[in-house]
Design a protein around this ligand. Structure first.
Ligand code: HEM
Length: 456
């Protein structure tokens, strides 16, 4: 098949090498916006020997993710970066095996099941706030990571990691940094090359493995059915009656551990950042939360009254989608959007680029929760807003995440005023998720904390 490229640009091998060796970091978020502005919603860039397709168009997203998903694999780079850590869990698995595992995990994310997690989410948020004091400075991104890690461990594995949350958090942070390095690596160094970083990464993974194995062993020994993800996976039977082996269980749990906390933590972090920068939005949200909750802890039943909180969170997911893009490669040469794309090409479906595409969202850089009011939301193109992806591989935890974000945000707004420490350079950076490159420091001022009893 003759390759027909969409609009784009070629960078020569020498120039590409020079850029790679200069150590200048490639800003994938800015690149998504720039290449779209210059070449449109389906464009390509050839960096030396690598051809990179960028997609920021709702119809093409729909075609690839929903209509023709079986013609694409996830990109190898993701498996290279996350494979040592996540193995063959849901995020990195493919084909019939993925389908089978997804079916097994799905019931744990059923809306009825998730509702039972609401109290844990609120309790852990309140415990965190109970340890905060007026006048303190805190690293918001780290606090949110610790909190969502505790919540995912408690709800899905019934494990209390709050005792070792700092240690688990440190391990995960280092492993994710190593994964990020692998994601950014221009030259993929094979795993058997014993670089200091690779060795440290394998040591950290081994340590985390011991913790995960402890969850599995304890549940096997107790034999109790807690109805959570861990029990469901342990009880799952193949058609021939066989159960999942420990390696696959480990991979699934590790995947949920990772996918289930960092994304939501980043959503909460960016939401707070936007609120601190937009006092008018903050004031309206605070009024909603105070009217809905008063001084009592939030419950599942309050979600119906927290409509503005939902609009704020959705708009934050538009501007800062924690999973900025989905990578796919065609399993064979194919036609797409009027062009021909070769097997194995690197397709970046940039949700970030699409959410900042002025054709999809007018004045895309403006933070405006009203875009998600009931009247306005229906005007957003069906596949123009995809923070959780789409099609069969859509995020399994999307309802979990939206519920957690609303309950945690409401609980925090109820109890604390946060303000940005002056003089910070807050910029988003696409790593495994979109993080604030230098973190975000906030000053805490507690609100009516004395009126609310602290959960044990
Ligand atoms: C704001 C929070 C979240 C965001 C923005 C997010 C985003 C995404 C996206 C975009 C995908 C699809 C990736 C692709 O198609 O290549 C995905 C997949 C996935 N997410 Fe999430 N996610 C979030 C929270 C969660 C939570 C809370 C969990 C679990 C508790 C979770 C578990 C997963 C898993 C297991 C997959 C792989 C699903 C599969 O391929 O079958 N995510 N997520």
């Amino acid at each position: 098949m003759t390759i027909m490229y969409p609009p784009g640009v070629r960078t020569g091998v020498i120039e590409t090498l020079r850029t790679v060796l200069s150590g200048v970091e490639f800003d994938l978020l800015q690149f998504a916006k720039d290449s779209q502005a210059q070449f449109g919603d389906f464009n390509y860039t050839k960096f030396g020997w690598v051809t990179f397709y960028m997609i920021t168009d709702p119809d093409l997203m729909h075609e690839i993710l929903v209509e023709r998903p079986e013609e694409f694999y996830k990109i190898k780079l993701i498996k290279y970066a996350l494979g040592p850590f996540l193995g063959n869990g849901l995020l990195t698995n493919e084909g019939d095996f993925w389908k089978k595992q997804r079916k097994l995990a799905q019931p744990a994310f059923h809306s009825k099941r998730i509702e039972a997690y609401a109290n844990v989410m609120v309790d852990y948020a309140r415990r965190m706030l109970a340890g905060w004091r007026t006048g303190e400075t805190r690293r918001l991104d780290r606090e949110m990571m610790k909190l969502t890690l505790n919540i995912v461990a408690k709800t899905l594995f019934d494990a209390d990691v709050s005792g070792d949350a700092d240690h688990v958090g440190d391990l995960l942070t280092r492993i994710l940094e190593a994964s990020n390095d692998r994601l950014n690596a221009a030259f993929q160094i094979p795993d058997w090359v014993p670089t200091a970083k690779t060795r440290q990464m394998h040591r950290d993974i081994a340590e985390l493995d011991v913790i995960i194995q402890r969850f599995i062993d304890e549940r096997r020994q107790s034999g109790e059915d807690k109805g959570d993800l861990l029990s469901m996976l342990l009880q799952a039977r193949d058609d021939d009656g066989s159960t999942m082996d420990d390696k696959q269980l480990r991979d699934e749990l590790m995947t949920i551990f990772l996918a289930g906390h960092e994304t939501t933590a980043m959503n909460l972090t960016w939401t707070w950042y936007l609120l601190m920068e937009h006092p008018d939005v903050m004031a309206r949200l605070k009024a909603e939360v105070d009217a809905a909750l008063g001084d009592r802890p939030a419950t599942m039943a309050d979600l119906g009254k927290l409509k503005y909180a939902e609009m704020v969170i959705k708009e934050s997911l538009r501007l800062y989608p924690p999973a900025a893009s989905a990578g796919r490669e065609p399993i064979h040469d194919l036609h797409l959007g009027g062009y021909t794309i070769p097997k194995g090409a690197l397709l970046t479906l940039s949700m970030y680029g699409m959410h900042h595409n002025p054709k999809v969202f007018p004045n895309p850089e403006v933070f405006d929760p009203e875009r998600f009011s009931p009247e306005n939301e229906k005007n957003i193109p069906r596949y123009g807003y995809l923070p959780f992806g789409a099609g069969p591989r859509v995020c399994i935890g999307n309802s979990f995440a939206l519920m957690e974000a609303r309950l945690v945000l409401a609980t925090m707004v109820q109890q604390a005023d946060l303000s940005l420490v002056a003089g910070q350079n807050i910029v988003p950076k696409q790593l495994v998720t979109v993080r604030p490159a230098n973190g975000i420091e906030v000053k805490v001022k507690l609100r009516k904390v004395e009126k609310t009893a602290v959960p044990a």
